[in-house]
Structure formats: C-alpha cells, structure tokens
Design a protein around this ligand. Structure first.
Ligand SMILES: C[S@@+](CC[C@H](N)C(=O)[O-])C[C@H]1O[C@@H](n2cnc3c(N)ncnc32)[C@H](O)[C@@H]1O
Length: 393
C-alpha cells in the first residue's frame, strides 16, 4: 500500500503557498512544530475542544502533509480487510460517508482501494465535518486531483454526533469515522456512543458496514472494545462484528486489562512525512491505530463455522510479532474461540527456511495455523507444524 504521489504533491503545494516557501525541505521543517502539537492533541494531550484547532492555515498544512497520508494508509489496511478477508462486495453505485472526515483522507483512500478491486465502481460520496476549512480543502482536492477517480462528493457542515443533521437522502453502504469519534464524544459516557450507534444503524443500507478507526491509546482502544462487547452481547443482534475479531465472544483483552487491541503496521513512509519527521522524531514508520468494523449482516467470509471447534484455536489474529524465546519461538494472538492465546513452536523442530518464514509474520496478520496441540496451561498451544496460511487482508 503506497500513498499516491499526486496527493503528496498537492498537500506540499498547499503548505508552500501557506508558508511562501518553495523548497520541500524548508517547508517540511517549518511544519514540524505544528505537526508535533497536532500529534499530541490527537494522542497524549487530548484537548477538550479540538474544533478550533483545524482552522489555522498552518495547522491545516501540517495535518495534510503529515497526518492525511497516515489516515490514507490506515484506512486502506482496514478497508482492505473488509474487502479481502471478509469478502464484502460493495453495491454499485456505492454510497459512502466519511464522518468527521476533515479533508476526506479516509474517503479518498477507500475509494482508491475499492476502485482497484472493482474497476467501474461509481460512488456517491459525502463528508460530514464541523470544520468549514477542512471541507473547503476537500472540495478543492477533489476538484483538482481526483477527477480521474470519478467520484463527486458532497460536503456537509454538521455535527457528526447528530445523524439527523447529516442531510442524507439515501441509506449509506459504507460509513467511515476515522479518528473523529473519540474527538466528538470526548469525555462523554459510553452510553452516548451507544445511542449514536443505534442512530447510525438507521442510516445504513441493509448490507451496510460501519468502519471506525481510533488512536492506538489504551483509553481509545478500550472504548472501542467496550462498544464491541456491547453489540456482541445485545439481545437484538443488530450488529455483527467483522473486525478486528474473529469471534463474537467477550473481548479477552478487555477482560484481561493488560493489553489492548491495536494495530502496528509498517508502511512505505512518503518523503514529505519523512522530512517533517526528521525534526519531530516520532516512530512514524509504524502506523498505530485501533479499529472496529460492524456490519448489519454477518460477514460473508469467516475462517470457521460454529461446528468447527478444532479450527477455532488455529484461526488467529496475531497480537505480537514472533518473539524468540529459550529454545522456542513464541507468538500470541486472539483466536476464533475468543481466547487471548499463547502459541509456541520448538526451534529444534524447525528447518531454517520455516523459521525465516515465521519471522516475517507481523502483528495484525490473520490466518490459520495448520496444526496445534493444547498444552497444560490455560490458553496455551504448541504448533506441531510451522505452516501458517496468512489470509490476504
Ligand atoms: C483528527 S481529525 C481526523 C480527520 C480525518 N477523519 C482523518 O482521519 O484524518 C478529526 C476530525 O473530526 C472532526 N470533528 C470532531 N468533532 C466533530 C463533530 N462533533 N462533528 C463533526 N466533525 C467533528 C474535526 O473537525 C476533524 O476534521
């Protein structure tokens, strides 16, 4: 997954005009401080009112050059899972809504990915945001750069927490809220988000899907885990969990309180992000986020079915990369039986090529282990074969 050069060039030009500078290096250096402040506002020092923060031209330029690319790739990882791992087939035309979409990074990323898999797909797109500046940029961006991708998007200046204000004229097939839900519901009780979820459901088409991306912080990830447990436990079964979980049992990570479910994904960092980061020195090569995908119907593709008890321990989403231990390789994952399980494999049983292959596994990889046996401890398994078929996500 790579960030398109034309988007990078477009945002660099926006920053150049704002700063009255031409040299990309000088532009990036000048953006670093503002990008750092924004990064803190999204994560460690989450402020009560983020709203005003998006209006200043320098902030917009820093966001577009540093965060827009990150949202783009994060969204493609997540929507990729929806299309490839879960086998979601979007209807044509596809109605897609980006909530708190800002300049529309998530929308554009989803459109680019869907068009790749379904050439000829047409889109009826909308972005809802409270920032007029961001929406204006989205309009400019879609006018100048995205013509070839055939979508026209409507911008709606509204509060994302109030679906009645979104001015929708038809049910939506895909709703994305990227790094906006936590901001809009900052310090509000979970019950407020649950009420919102019920209202969002009414805005979705029969086979509609909701994708939420949030920062990878314990606080934000656990809020998604609680929301997920709420829908999994609801008697009405209004929603089905399409990701990140392979099961609909209670979230084992939330129960354990020690780890929280989030992704850490490597990406090819675009030059401008690298240049801004030269000064910032954040770990920008690892994209970190948490996510939740909910569908109104069950996902078309699952790795197991209910009768498949043995397979449930073998179907796993990795929560860590492989770690080398004493005489063993170790990995941990959330399996289709709802367990946060530990798996090991004895090094002496491994040929070098198999060991090398296992070492390439990444956190977030989804797949099926070919053979495991249960060990004495709770949720502990030993791989009796090194084969792990990773699903295309
Ligand atoms: C961190 S930015 C994320 C932008 C974009 N979705 C992304 O992932 O790059 C949060 C966005 O949510 C918007 N936002 C926050 N609270 C909102 C609310 N109550 N109603 C509408 N938009 C909101 C902000 O204006 C901002 O554009």
């Amino acid at each position: 997954m790579t960030y398109p050069q034309e988007l990078e060039a477009w945002w660099l030009a926006v920053a150049g005009r704002t700063l009255r500078l031409r040299d990309p290096k000088a532009v990036a250096q000048r953006l670093a401080e503002t990008a750092g402040k924004l990064s803190d506002a999204f994560t460690v020092s989450r402020a009560k009112n983020f709203a005003g923060g998006y209006a200043a031209p320098l902030t917009v330029a820093a966001y577009g050059n540093y965060f827009f690319p990150q949202t783009y790739i994060r969204t493609q990882f997540t929507v990729g899972e929806l299309l490839n791992f879960r086998g979601w087939t979007p209807p044509n035309p596809l109605r897609i809504l980006d909530l708190g979409g800002g300049a529309g990074a998530a929308l554009i990323a989803a459109v680019d990915l869907i068009v790749k898999k379904f050439p000829g797909m047409r889109f009826e797109a909308a972005v809802v945001d409270q920032s007029a500046t961001a929406l204006k940029l989205h309009r400019q961006l879609t006018r100048s750069e995205r013509k070839r991708h055939l979508f026209k998007s409507v911008t709606v200046s509204a509060d994302l927490t109030k679906p009645a204000a979104w001015q929708l004229t038809a049910p939506q097939d895909l709703i994305i809220a990227s790094f906006s839900l936590g901001e809009a519901f900052f310090q509000q009780p979970d019950a407020a988000v649950r009420d919102w979820l019920a209202q969002v459901r009414r805005q979705l088409s029969v086979s509609g899907v909701l994708v939420i991306l949030e920062p990878a912080l314990k606080e934000t990830a656990e809020r998604l885990e609680r929301l997920r447990d709420f829908v999994a436990n609801a008697a009405a079964r209004d929603w089905h969990i399409w990701g990140p979980c392979l099961h609909e049992k209670p979230c084992p990570l939330l129960a354990g309180q020690k780890h929280w479910c989030h992704e850490v994904r490597r990406w090819p960092v675009p030059p401008t992000v690298n240049r801004v980061n030269d000064k910032l020195r954040r770990s920008v090569w690892d994209l970190k986020h948490s996510f939740l995908i909910l569908g109104k119907t069950p996902p078309p593709l699952t790795l197991t079915n209910d009768a498949d008890i043995d397979k449930k321990a073998r179907c796993v989403r990795l929560l860590t990369p492989i770690v080398s231990g004493h005489g063993k390789l170790l990995l941990s994952g959330c399996n289709a039986d709802g367990e946060h399980a530990e798996y090991d494999i004895l090094k002496r049983q491994l040929a070098k090529p198999d060991e090398k292959k296992l070492a390439t596994l990444k956190r977030g990889d989804l797949g099926t282990l070919s053979a495991v046996k249960k060990l004495g401890g709770p949720r502990q398994y030993r791989l009796t074969s090194p084969d792990f078929t990773v699903s295309d996500a």
